[in-house]
Design a protein around this ligand. Structure first.
Ligand code: NAD
Ligand code: UGA
Length: 463
């Protein structure tokens, strides 16, 4: 039996260890966190994050070979562990050198020093967090100058799961990436991590590379994914001017197998805890390496995302006769995407803030993300009415802005909603989830992303 410790019980540490533990009953898995509330939630029926299928996986392994602990017992847990995954947060630095761009490695380095302090035998330390390329070099340096006669092998094993489909992604990953030193010890450590995943992932899907390729591939994968969204969003603006339909364009280009159909959904913008921070980090690394042109190239992916969010609100103001002051607007969705309660960097909250600045009255509706939304909005939450009921949110509203593509929003009784709203009633569909034609027939004015708007008053002008 191998004892595996994971430091950090967040969106990655919790689900990842639960899935690995469920497939490896022969090993013991312990997940620790400094956040007591989070650990209590992992040990209860109310898990700290909403993720389809997570509860079942946790229930299968918890108390059998999966345990969640606060970090009070961390000295002995570190010492007992053979392998330590580190899955702590690596947000964008908000202070000092590199503020606003570089990764804040304080949590990561603290963990490394904790490992060093409490270990009395050699261990494998696995970078699960997303880190700047060559972080492992610094880790090795800190860990291996220990004077204790023990050795640490640092392995990079970045995580590619997406929230909302985390369990599916972990159960059936496109690939698992393991990077290590090309020394006999480094390769032994890599093999140990590969063997863990091989309990359920086909060997041909487990890639091994050198440490730096592995670390960099994680940042590059996110940059490429975000780039596709910014590319299609830029085209959505052109579609709106030319009466081309962005969904038809995406479908047409996506059928070219060299382009492919995925990640071409035009939207109000991408959110989530990682795309922005990882691209900022990539930009910073490029600048540090003297690659200004490369840095500027990737920066435009973020600029296009900001433009898309701003453009969405500008369209709302313009379409609603250039004033939103005192108008009630129902926001359908707070999460940064469907099937998650996560609101980090959610475009829905960015839109909410911009509408509050226009002095609109906001009713925010989401099935799972309201608690996080309230916390993220901080002082501005006091100005927002929160409800899980979309019908209550839309009652007496001038407009609905659909910002998260929850399935439930597609199947609401829009006739009933229309009848409860102030007329003329508007829908701004930031996810192209709703059927423009049928909503227009009901009486709504509807503005979608990358499509010609369907406005009743335009028809009046034309007649
Ligand atoms: P998170 O904030 O949800 O979780 C990190 C956890 O680490 C927190 O609960 C925090 O309390 C804990 N922590 C911090 N310092 C600690 C310490 N010294 N000891 C014990 N616990 C400590 O973050 P996350 O979303 O799980 O992301 C973790 C890493 O994984 C990041 O580097 C992120 O970029 C990367 N990642 C995230 C996702 C995702 O979908 N969220 C996907 C792939 C990779
Ligand atoms: C993303 C990556 O997909 C994961 O592979 C990666 O592990 C993770 O980041 C990470 O490193 O944190 P995630 O942010 O959870 O996962 O979710 P995505 O499905 O990538 O969606 C990100 C944002 O892009 C969401 O706001 C989503 O609505 C938006 N999006 C996605 C679009 O606007 N259009 C699309 O076609 C796809």
């Amino acid at each position: 039996m191998t004892t595996i410790l994971c430091i950090g019980a967040g969106y990655v540490g919790g689900p990842t260890m639960a899935v690995i533990a469920s497939h490896c009953p022969q090993h013991k898995f312990i997940v620790v966190d400094i956040n007591k509330e989070r650990i209590n939630a992992w040990n209860s029926d109310q898990l700290p994050i909403y993720e389809p299928g997570l509860k079942e996986v946790v229930q299968k392994a918890r108390s059998r070979n999966l345990f969640f602990h606060t970090n009070e017992n961390i000295p002995s847990l570190i010492d007992q562990a053979d392998i330590i995954f580190v899955s702590v947060n690596t947000p964008t630095k908000t202070f000092g050198q590199g503020a606003g761009r570089a990764a804040d490695l304080q949590y990561w380095e603290k963990t490394a020093r904790e490992i060093l302090e409490h270990a009395t035998s050699s261990k494998i330390v696995v970078e699960k967090s997303t880190l700047p390329v060559r972080t492992a070099e610094a880790m090795e340096y800190i860990l291996n100058n220990n004077g204790k006669g023990i050795h640490f092998d640092v392995v990079s094993n970045p995580e590619f799961l997406a929230e909302g489909s985390a369990i599916q992604d972990l159960e059936n990953p496109d690939r698992v990436l393991v990077g290590g030193r090309e020394t006999p010890g480094g390769q032994r450590a890599v093999r140990k991590i590969v063997d863990l995943y091989a309990n359920w992932v086909p060997r041909e899907k487990i890639l091994t590379t050198n440490l730096w390729s592995s670390e960099l591939s994680k940042l590059v994968a996110n940059a490429f994914l975000a780039q596709r969204i910014s590319s299609i969003n830029s085209i959505s603006a052109l579609c709106e001017k030319t009466e081309a339909d962005v969904e038809q364009v995406a479908h047409a280009i996506g059928m070219d197998h060299r382009i492919g159909p995925h990640f071409l959904r035009a939207s109000v913008g991408f959110g989530g805890s990682c795309f922005k921070k990882d691209i900022l980090n990539l930009v910073y690394i490029c600048e540090q390496q003297g690659l200004a042109e490369v840095a500027r190239y990737w920066e435009t992916v973020l600029k296009m995302n900001e433009y898309q969010e701003a453009r969405f609100v500008e369209n709302m103001v313009h379409t609603m006769f250039n004033t939103l002051a005192g108008k009630k607007i129902a926001l359908f969705g707070a999460a940064f995407k469907a099937n998650t309660s996560d609101t980090r960097e959610s475009p829905a909250l960015a839109v909410c803030r911009k509408l509050l600045a226009e002095k609109a009255e906001i009713a925010l509706c989401d099935p799972y993300a309201l608690e996080n939304a309230r916390a993220d909005l901080g002082d501005e939450a006091a100005k927002v009415h929160f409800t899980e009921d979309p019908y209550a949110a839309a009652q007496d509203a001038h407009a609905i802005a659909l910002l998260t593509e929850w399935d439930d929003f597609a199947s609401l009784d829009y006739e009933r909603i229309y009848n409860s709203m102030i007329h003329p009633a508007f829908i701004f569909d930031g996810r192209n989830l709703l059927d423009q034609k049928s909503l227009f027939t009901i009486g709504f004015n509807i503005v979608s992303i990358g499509k010609a708007p369907k406005l009743h008053h335009n028809n009046l002008e034309k007649n």
